[in-house]
Design a protein around this ligand. Structure first.
Ligand SMILES: [Zn+2]
Length: 503
């Protein structure tokens, strides 16, 4: 994130900074995205010294090490210098150093929240590595690269409002390299998103290697070894990769490899052989992915009763009066059982307020893109809000629409089955070649990713950042500090309600 160009200059400043004591606060407090739930600024900055260390307990678990590594990367980005990670006593603050305290019990903070203080030293407290990692991401934004590298003094208590905070990227229609996907994991984890949903199959490509069917995957694919490497990279940053293999619709690449199991833009879901193939696919996926969730797609297709095999199945299992979509719903219920047998939980897209409506099993998670998430929650489904307005980045919704948006659609009733929300980046639906710069630029990936992260983490009481003019300043601050070298199309036009798409 724009780290290289500052490196040499910052190394020189780091040496100077190491002999200077704490300084008075000069400028405004740093801009934090997402905004913490509570923050108290201390009118003194901590100067990063050359002797600074990251200290964690003697018996730190791997997730605490992951948080420490994340903090070390953040400091290196800012200061251009490696910081040592050492084990030792963490009961007391250590002047100038960063102390990680896992095992911090605080019901309000939950499993992902953290307590952070920056004074004469820095103390990060959380239940485990996950919260400590998020404290480290906040510290990354507190680091100030001025004449010296400083950290703004503060006390912060912060926690997410929703447990599922996701981004969907589509490498099925346009193959994207593992390196590019790792970069997106860096971006989203820095803004405290915790799920990366990969749309891995579609008409244009099947991107995951399936060992039992070596011809199924396209030429440009992720081998299972490559995918496991990507999953490990994500896990180190507390991001879960949720695989989607879209079925029974969007199946043209599947159909090219299994022509006997395909017709009319749909898998042949009357044929038992289809279920055998699908079961093998999900068995292998369940072994590769550590995600508790497997996304089965499921939308944008319909029963094909012109196929005699499908018609026979429909007459056998279709529910009277056999509403449209009932065979697709039957298929998804069977895939749900296949996924449950692997110890996982299935996610499916909603479709036009139709086949999910009471007909899909209640233990499937709905990803609500065509219908408000609250409607699914009221039906008793676990649900992730992916409603097209404004969460599809290609939908042309400007920053003010995001600032008005709420994960719970603004209703006041409790929605215990609402898990969170996921933003959607589709990049041209396969109708143009993949160009990295265009990916960032054309749908305003930045700053939309930032405003989405701010909303889904959940605003502080009173929501002081809902004002577009306030978010303008915050977005432009991060554009300057973290995204030099990346397309970040954000002239502050949220001030102008008549500003053309996309701003
Ligand atoms: Zn058929």
């Amino acid at each position: 994130m724009g780290r290289v160009r500052f490196q040499l200059a910052i190394i020189a400043l780091f040496v100077v900074a190491s002999v200077v004591a704490a300084g008075e606060r000069g400028a405004d407090p740093p801009v934090l995205i997402p905004a913490p739930k509570t923050v108290t600024w201390i009118q003194r900055d901590l100067v990063l010294r050359g002797s600074a260390k990251i200290v964690l307990p003697e018996k730190a678990s791997p997730d605490v090490w992951a948080a420490a590594n994340g903090l070390a990367r953040a400091i290196q980005d800012a200061a251009g210098k490696k910081i040592a990670i050492v084990r030792g006593r963490v009961e007391k603050e250590r002047a100038g150093s960063f102390v990680l305290r896992p095992g911090f019990k605080d019901a309000e903070l939950g499993s992902e929240g953290y307590d952070l203080s920056v004074d004469r030293g820095v103390v990060l407290q959380a239940a485990d590595g996950r919260g400590l990692f998020y404290a480290a991401q906040t510290l990354r934004q507190l680091l100030h690269k001025g004449n010296r590298v400083t950290l703004a003094g503060c006390n912060i208590r912060d926690w997410p409002s929703w447990p599922y905070r996701g981004l969907q990227i589509d490498p099925a229609r346009n193959y994207m390299t593992p390196a590019f996907l790792k970069q997106q994991i860096d971006f989203i984890s820095a803004y405290k998103l915790n799920h990366l949903h990969l749309h891995l199959t579609d008409d244009q490509g099947w991107r995951l290697e399936i060992k039992a069917y070596p011809n199924l995957a396209s030429e440009n694919k992720y081998t299972q070894a490559e995918m496991k490497d990507l999953i490990a990279y994500a896990r180190e940053r507390f991001v879960t990769i949720v695989p989607e293999m879209d079925m029974p619709g969007h199946p043209k690449e599947f159909g090219r490899k299994f022509p006997d199991l395909y017709h009319n833009d749909c898998m042949c879901i009357g044929n038992e052989k289809t279920y055998q193939v699908v079961e093998q696919i999900w068995k292998e996926a369940a072994e590769v992915f550590d995600s508790p969730y497997m996304h089965v797609g499921g939308d944008e297709t319909n029963d094909v009763l012109e196929c005699s095999v499908c018609r026979a199945k429909w007459e056998e299992v279709g529910k009277e009066p056999n509403p449209p979509g009932s065979l697709v719903a039957y298929f998804l219920a069977r895939v749900n059982e296949i996924i449950k047998a692997q110890g996982k939980q299935a996610i499916a897209w909603t479709q036009d307020n139709r086949h999910w409506k009471g007909t899909l099993p209640k233990d499937m998670i709905m990803m609500a893109w065509t219908t408000p998430a609250v409607d699914c929650a009221r039906q008793g489904y676990q649900v992730i809000n992916a409603y097209v307005r404004p969460l599809y980045f290609d939908g042309g919704h400007g920053i003010p629409a995001f600032l008005k948006w709420r994960t719970n659609d603004g209703v006041s009733e409790p929605l215990p089955t609402l898990m969170g929300a996921e933003a959607q980046v589709w990049y041209g639906y396969g109708e143009k070649p993949f160009v990295e710069e265009e990916f960032y630029r054309d749908e305003g990936y930045f700053p939309r990713l930032l405003v989405f992260a701010d909303r889904v983490w959940g605003p502080p009481p009173g929501d002081p950042y809902a004002d577009p003019t306030v978010f303008d300043r915050r977005a432009l601050d991060h554009k300057a500090r973290f995204f030099s070298g990346y397309p970040f199309p954000y002239p502050p036009k949220s001030l102008d309600p008549n500003a053309p798409f996309p701003w």
